[in-house]
Design a binder for this molecule. Sequence first.
Ligand SMILES: [Zn+2]
Ligand SMILES: [Zn+2]
Length: 321
Amino acid sequence: MRVLKKIVFTLTAMLLLLIVLPALTVWSCRRGLPPAGEKTERITTKVWNHRTQELMALPLGEYLAGVVAAEMPAQFHQEALRAQAIVARTYALARLRSGGGPGCDRHPDADVCTDSTHCQAWISQEQAYSQWPFFRQRVYWNKIWRAVTETGGQVITHQGRLIDAVFHSTCGGSTENSEDVWTNAVPYLRAVACPYCSHSPRLTETVRLKREDVAARLEVEPAVLRLQVLRSTPSGRIIDVDVGGKVMRGLEFRTSLGLRSSKVSWLEENGTFSFTTMGYGHAVGMCQYGADGMARLGHSAEEIIEHYFTGVSVQRVRWEE
Ligand SMILES: [Zn+2]
Ligand SMILES: [Zn+2]
C-alpha cells in the first residue's frame, strides 16, 4: 500500500512538472510588455489595425516593437534590428498627427495603419509568438524589445527634418535612386552599392507565365505583346518598358505580373515566358538583408543607416508630450 502511495505521489509530481510548470512559464512570459525606458516611446500612436478593423492607441515603443517583429526576421543581427527600429520610429514620427504630420491618408483618425503596402506592417506580441518556435519566443521578443528601447528617441534626419525612411527586403547588389522607381528625386534616396544581401533567401526567383496570361495582366492584346526595355538603371532595373505599344514604369510592370522585383530578365519559349528576378522589393532606401549582412560584418546600426540613406544623420529627439 505504501509503495502504491509512493507511485501515485511520484506520478502526480511528474504531471505537475510536465504540464503545470510550462503552462505557468508561458503565462508569465506572455503578460504585458516590459516598461518603456524612454520618454519618447510613451507618445501615443493611433494605429488602424487592418486585421481587427479597429483603431488602437499604443505607446510608441509598443507600436515600434510590433513593427520590427512584423517587418524583419527576429533571427537577424541585433544591429540590423536596431537599424529597423530607428527606421520605423522615423517613419512613425513623421506621420504623427499630434506632431503636425499627415497621418495615414486612408484612415482619417489614424497616424499609421498596419497595411505593409501602405504604412508599416505591425503584429501584436501574441501574433509574433505564434509564428516563432516555442523555445525562441522569449529570446526573439527580448531582442526586438532591446532594439527599440536601446535606440529610444533616435531618428534619421536630413537637413534637420525627419526623412521618409523607406526600406525593402533585398536589393540584389545595388539600391536605386527614388526617381528611377517612383517619380520624385529625393536627395537622401540615392543608389548605393550593396554587396551585403547575397545571403538573402529571396535573392532570385523564376516565374513562368503563359503568353496570354502576360498579355492579360499587362492589358494588351496577345497578338501585339512584345516586351522591350526602353530605359534601365545602371544596376539593370527597368525604369520604362514597352509592352506592345504601351509604355509602363518598371514598378507597374513588376506589380502587374506579380514579380518580386523590376530587376528582371526573361525568355519566351513555346508560348511561355520565364521571368527571372533579382532581389525583392522596390530597392529604394534600406535593404533589410543588406542591413543584416553589414551587421554581421561588424557595422553598427548608425553605419547601416548612413550607408543606405545618403547624407543623413541619426539624432536623438526630445519629444514634448
Ligand atoms: Zn496607412
Ligand atoms: Zn542589398
